[in-house]
Design a protein around this ligand. Structure first.
Ligand code: PRP
Ligand code: URA
Length: 217
């Protein structure tokens, strides 16, 4: 049994909530159709975003209510960007956008080679001012961690220093790899599953997230 140390790492965040548990159960179900799978991925992404943005800085503003002036607070400082890892990460973008509608969206193209299970890069396009933003990298699945770790490396090479990773279902191996490779990055997951199988699929997992989101199998 591998010795995982991420549990005590303050950069690791297991986002727990009864609504997330409920939605995860339906998401995992082999009988859940594509349309509902996509809706659930969006909803869980929204709930995770609530948690992942807890430390956004606020600034004081004065607002005219219909009755008087009120001291209020609005998000200030660094703007946010969303970076889905193609393809399956696309299924989380709209959930993040529901809470942060002004977030710019970049894209990173990576797929796992079916034989080596290693990530293969094919695309990277980030917002022009990415280095001034906090980037939320989104991907429903964190299995070996190879794709997420490579995506974060690609983003760092472009000068970005504030990065958070949001995944839905994860394996301990993947969390440990990202935390080890990128100790500065906060990692948010909705579920920590048991292990990986011989094909590096997460157990119990939910199968191939990209295929389930886009109905390609
Ligand atoms: C899946 C998933 C992650 C990756 C996770 O993508 O969406 O990007 O695998 O695996 P890892 O942690 O072992 O790297 P996949 O390669 O199936 O591509 P797709 O999203 O285009 O289907
Ligand atoms: N990618 C997926 O879509 N599912 C897994 O279980 C592992 C990687």
């Amino acid at each position: 049994m591998a010795n995982f140390t991420f549990w005590d790492n303050p950069k690791f965040h297991h986002v727990k909530h009864p609504l997330i548990e409920h939605k995860l159960a339906i998401l995992r179900d082999i009988n859940t159709p594509t349309k509902q799978f996509a809706e659930l991925a969006e909803e869980i992404a929204m709930l995770e975003t609530y948690e992942a943005t807890k430390d956004l800085p606020l600034e004081e503003v004065m607002i005219d209510t219909p009755l008087e002036k009120a001291k209020c607070y609005m998000v200030s400082g660094k703007a946010v960007g969303i970076v889905p890892i193609l393809r399956a990460g696309l299924g989380m973008v709209s959930g993040v956008q529901k809470l942060i509608p002004n977030a710019k969206v970049g894209h990173i193209g990576l797929y796992r080679d079916h034989e080596t299970h290693e990530p293969v890069e094919y695309y990277c396009k980030l917002p022009a001012d990415a280095e001034k933003r906090t980037l939320l990298v989104v991907d429903p699945m964190l299995a070996t961690g190879g794709s997420a770790s490579d995506a974060i490396t690609m983003i760092k090479k472009r000068g970005v220093t504030s990065i958070k990773l949001c995944c839905i279902v994860s394996a301990p191996e993947g969390i440990q790899k990202v935390i080890d490779d990128h100790p500065d990055v906060d990692v948010y997951v909705a579920a920590v599953d048991r292990c990986l199988n011989e094909h590096c699929y997460i157990l119990p997992g939910l199968g191939d997230a990209g295929d389930r989101l886009f109905g390609t199998k």
